[in-house]
Design a binder for this molecule. Structure first.
Ligand code: NAD
Length: 516
């Protein structure tokens, strides 16, 4: 193993003497298939991980339920205190965990660390929430009656996560689920097992210090079959799934068929619209980060850019200059802005999409090539971020209507805001969107009933880079899920309506008379 990788792994006490156990249910184990974790920047194999066998998944599910039966009776503010300690554990290893995300997922260091910070932030949020998960008292129409709406813990929450946010997505779910009194079982992406093991180790230590069952935050690494077993289980009340529309459709249908609850956070196809009155000194770098940050591998990455005719050529000239200044490099180096794609398959997807763009006579303004870098990055997955102008502006065409999870930005020129909003809304997905303008009439239209139909509707801020305070999620084929802030927490509890009669009569509602 290169010294670059071994330093990071040893800082997190990940020993490579033997294959690593990738299952935690109070004890570490793993006797299923072996998966390899590899570094997208160099191609080197970092570790071999022993995933969950079918029997181990069932055992972990049973232990998680047992843990829930205990944990649901721990008062919420005490659960908040456990989260505070998890927060401290994460904060003490923030840089190391961020570096591991970079090493294993490939995103640049500041973004790797940012993801760990997001988990820390949501722990802070959930700590406060642990004293504020309030129910309601409702006025009853009957004398001497009260109606309460009471939140109680829900049960077991299964979290299935995608490769591109191997820390933050689990953090959003774990923090709210744990505060709500649930036990959580995590099935991370099979290509980021080390990150999930490092995070789970920190949480396990905190649970141990508090004499709590480790299965409150269980882990089952593995691929599709492990995911399917969690999704099918009637012992899991809520499945929180983050991933592609293709898999989300299967997961959603399976959960509905057994009458479970689900939160679906699926693909995005996000647009930025730039009006003629926009401040281009903000809009150009905003679109640049949105399209190129994380090498185009955020669910909120800017994939479609609609420019008003008056500023289109000026905007593109400036944007191309920024694209031209990009240099691929070691994502662990602090000045690198462009890291690798996560996998070889992602590079192929990029290459196929660029060929398709060429076949439909799109203008390729920047990029379009795969980089070949010198050793040790010759085995890495580096591609040149691409700007393309397809001839057609029909949003039903495949090039516009599907999410390509790669740094490819498609551009179209519009005449008026209504046209651009129409394009924004004409695709199946509805995650993020952004308008660049200084005219409040545009702003009002954009965030109103005839505006963007996405879950995230920004103004003078790019499509990516959300904070945890607001609820996060998208509409339409993005799955309608909401996570993190806002009132997302209310999905992780079971609500009861309790009518309490403290009078000497027992009247029926709506004046119904049942006496003879
Ligand atoms: P993916 O759908 O391939 O995998 C997601 C997870 O599902 C993985 O853990 C995978 O092992 C598991 N899985 C695969 N098949 C399964 C099955 N049949 N049953 C149960 N689980 C199964 O997604 P990915 O390639 O890891 O991630 C990229 C996608 O995730 C993109 O579409 C991106 O937009 C989306 N994403 C969405 C959000 C959001 O918040 N909306 C956030 C991050 C990523």
């Amino acid at each position: 193993l290169s010294s670059r990788a071994s330093g990071i792994l040893s800082a997190l006490n990940i020993s490579l003497d033997k294959d690593i156990e990738g299952v935690y249910d109070g004890e570490w184990k793993g006797s299923g298939d072996i998966i390899e974790s590899s570094c997208p920047a160099t191609g080197e194999v970092l570790a071999r991980v022993k995933t969950a066998s079918p029997a181990e998944v069932l055992e972990a599910l049973a232990k998680t339920r047992e843990a829930y039966l205990h944990f649901r009776n721990v008062p919420a503010p005490r659960r908040g205190e456990v989260l505070r300690q998890i927060r401290e554990g994460l904060a003490s290893k923030r840089e190391e965990l961020g570096a591991l995300v970079t090493l294993e997922m490939g995103k640049i260091r500041t973004e790797g660390v940012g993801e760990v910070q997001e988990f820390i932030d949501i722990c802070d949020y959930a700590l406060g929430l642990s004293r504020m998960m309030n129910g309601r008292v409702i006025a009853s129409e009957r004398p001497g009656h009260s109606i309460l709406e009471v939140p109680n813990p829900l049960g077991v929450v299964g979290v299935l996560s995608a490769f591109n946010f191997p820390v933050a997505v689990y953090g959003w779910n774990l923090a709210l689920s744990l505060t709500a009194g649930n036990a959580t079982i995590w099935k991370p992406s099979p290509t980021t097992p080390l990150t999930s093991i490092a995070i789970t180790s920190i949480i396990a230590q905190v649970l141990k210090n508090n004499n709590l069952p480790g299965a409150i935050a269980g882990l089952v690494t593995g691929g599709q079959q492990v995911g399917e077993a969690v999704v099918r289980s009637t012992d899991v009340e809520l499945i929180s799934f983050t991933g592609s529309e293709r898999v989300g459709r299967i997961v959603g249908q399976t959960v509905v068929s057994r009458f479970g609850k689900s939160i679906l956070e699926l693909g995005g196809n996000n647009a930025s619209i730039v009006m003629p009155d926009a401040d281009l000194s903000l809009a150009v770098p905003g679109v640049f980060f949105g399209a190129v940050g994380t090498a185009g591998q955020r669910c909120t990455s800017t994939r479609r850019l609609f420019l008003h005719r008056q500023i289109a050529s000026d905007f593109l000239e400036r944007l191309q200059k920024l694209y031209g200044s990009l240099k691929p490099g070691d994502p662990l180096e602090h000045n690198t802005l462009l890291g690798p794609m996560h996998t070889r398959e992602a590079v192929n997807l990029y290459a196929n999409t660029v060929s398709h763009l060429r076949s439909i006579d799109a203008d390729i303004l920047s990029g379009g090539e795969i980089y070949s870098l010198p050793s040790p990055f010759d085995g890495g997955n580096f591609v040149r971020p691409t700007i393309a102008i397809p001839k057609s502006v029909n949003m039903k065409d495949r090039i516009w209507s599907t999410e390509t999870f790669a740094p490819i930005l498609n551009v179209a020129v519009f005449e008026d805001l209504e046209e651009a909003i129409g394009w924004n809304n004409a695709v199946p997905q509805g995650l993020s969107s952004s308008l660049w303008t200084r005219d409040m009439r545009n702003l009002g239209k954009w965030i109103g009933p005839s505006g963007s139909d996405a879950g995230i509707v920004n103004v003078n801020a790019g499509t990516s880079g959300a904070e945890i305070g607001a609820s996060f999620g998208g509409n339409k084929s993005t799955g309608w899920g909401r996570e993190a802030g806002g009132d997302s927490w209310s999905q992780y509890v079971r609500w009861s309506a309790c009518t309490i009669n403290f009078s000497n009569e027992a009247p029926l509602a709506q004046g119904v008379n049942f006496n003879n």
